[in-house]
Design a protein around this ligand. Structure first.
Ligand SMILES: [Cu+2]
Length: 167
């Protein structure tokens, strides 16, 4: 048996393992939720958004992130077909409420983080079309440890409060 003949099957095994690993990794998060989504540690509930007026290029996203894991995680951002997803915080600056983009948002171990109107929220920027009441907006959020989680945001009427209180 030449060296080449011996190496070939080994190479194939490595390829197969790599393919399986990639599949197992993606497959874990392949199921999109409606308004709730989860990984083994992170679950997302009450994902909703608000209708935007025509000509507005930004919309907001609200949701509750729960971490049932024993180690802290971080929301790093997200992607969506409708536009870029940013994490924003609200901050008082000389008496004026301002929004600022965050690089990440900590989700403590065994903790819950609420993104809601008036507080931290997600921002869809560079919207290609206005958000319409009743529409479902699909996005994939990226967590440092839990990886990618698919979330669907229900678009509610402009100016609306959460559909249901989370507690
Ligand atoms: Cu914002």
């Amino acid at each position: 048996m030449s060296l080449q003949q011996a190496v070939k099957p080994l190479f194939l095994v490595v390829l197969l393992l790599a393919a399986f690993y990639a599949y197992a990794h993606d497959g874990k998060f392949a199921m999109p939720g409606t308004a709730a989504a989860k990984s083994s540690t992170i679950s997302i509930d009450n994902a909703w958004s608000r209708a935007t007026p025509k000509g507005t290029a930004v919309g907001a996203g609200f949701l509750t992130i729960s971490n049932k894991g024993t180690s802290a995680d971080k929301l790093l951002g997200g992607i969506s077909k409708i536009g870029t997803v940013q994490i924003h915080e609200m901050k008082m600056n000389y008496g004026v409420m301002q929004m600022r983009a965050l690089r990440s948002l900590a989700v403590p171990a065994n903790g819950t983080v609420e993104l809601k109107p008036g507080g931290n929220h997600l921002m869809f920027v560079n919207l290609k079309a206005p958000l319409v009441e009743g529409q479902d907006v699909a996005a994939t959020l990226k967590f440092e440890k839990a990886g990618a989680i698919d979330v669907t945001f229900r678009v509610q009427a402009a100016g609306s409060a959460p559909a249901h209180a989370s507690h």
